[in-house]
Design a protein around this ligand. Structure first.
Ligand code: ADP
Length: 312
């Protein structure tokens, strides 16, 4: 299958600070490509460039095999952008909002009405279409934001953290509608720092850190890099007095991560060293309160690749 978008060696600096370095990736039809990375990694910069809202210093973006530069108008017509900050008008009705945004893409008359109705139904807001968004909950406003971005049926939909700070019900609704958009053939580029969402909806994941892509693959392929590992999650009263080096001296220990009252130790599979880990912790005065082993997760992939958790 041919990619719908190809990004090649993208670079972007803000003043002297490099925000993106050698960013290259493809987007295929009918996929949900999740950008995963901690705050400041470069996710928004990347998708703002893709949305044509931000210039880049070097690199190339192709849409259906052609450089976007000369075909920017054609590309923009096929883009639906759901920005992180709500882009809706509070003082006009939900329906008027959707019609306004869809009209920017050239829709008129009955076609405009039909597409607006479809988009509002899609996000579950048909019954509230004559109400003004100022009467809406945060989740409903987010859903309206999505309706405004998809009424013109774009091939590529870019969503920047569309579920931040909303109730679980709206969040589920949004995630389900993203999967439906994919099933209808759209390509969705989705940024988030919620690992669970990525587990749930992504068909492919690009992990970005410090402005560089450090991994690109499906959940399954990314997790393969963990097959040789085992993770112990240990809760303690506090970690004052623990010297990480002592854990690293134990055979098979590959990574140690210490929080206020939590310790994560990654070891090679097949090496029986749990007794020594516990002994070291007790010797350092730790009071162990709980302990568990974790199965392969994206969080662990991220930890392995970056040495940090996403939540840091
Ligand atoms: P993310 O979306 O992953 O949180 P961003 O793309 O917003 O990360 O930021 C990447 C880097 O670029 C950060 O170091 C950030 O401080 C910097 N940055 C982003 N936008 C601007 C801007 N308008 N001016 C200066 N620096 C910026």
């Amino acid at each position: 299958m041919k990619p719908i978008i190809e990004v090649k060696l993208l670079e972007k600096s803000f003043k002297n600070r490099k925000a993106l370095q050698n960013i290259s990736f493809e987007v295929y039809p009918g996929e949900i490509l999740c950008f995963l990375g901690p705050n400041g990694a470069g996710k928004s910069t990347t998708i703002n460039i893709l949305s044509t809202a931000l210039r880049y210093d070097r690199g190339e973006i192709l849409f259906q095999g052609e450089k976007v530069g000369a075909n920017a108008a054609r590309f923009k017509r096929q883009l639906g952008i759901v920005p992180q900050d709500l882009a809706i008008y509070e003082e006009i009705t939900a329906e008027q909002n959707v019609k306004f945004f869809a009209s920017l893409y050239g829709l008129r008359g009955q076609e405009l009405q039909r597409r607006a109705d479809e988009a509002l139904a899609f996000v579950g807001l048909s019954e509230r279409k004559r109400d003004k968004p100022r009467t809406f909950s945060g989740g409903m406003k987010r859903r309206l934001n999505i309706a405004c971005a998809i009424a013109h049926k774009p091939q590529v939909i870019i969503m920047d953290e569309p579920t931040v700070g909303i109730d679980p019900q709206s969040r589920n609704h949004i995630l389900e509608s993203i999967v439906r958009l994919k099933e209808q053939g759209a390509s969705i580029i989705y940024t988030t720092h919620y690992m669970e969402e990525v587990e749930e909806i992504s068909t492919r994941i690009v992990i970005i850190d410090h402005g560089r892509i450090i991994a690109d693959g499906t959940k399954e392929s990314l997790k393969e890099c963990l097959e040789e590992e085992k993770l112990y999650e240990i809760d303690v009263e506090n970690t004052i007095g623990l010297n990480e080096d002592e854990l690293y001296r134990i055979d098979g220990v590959k990574r140690v991560q210490v929080g206020e009252n939590h310790i994560r130790v990654t070891t090679l599979k097949g090496i029986e060293n749990l007794d020594r880990i516990i002994h070291t912790l007790i010797h350092a005065g730790m009071r162990i309160q709980n302990m568990a082993t974790s199965s392969a997760s994206l969080e662990m992939v991220f930890l392995k690749l970056t040495g940090r958790t996403l939540r840091n």
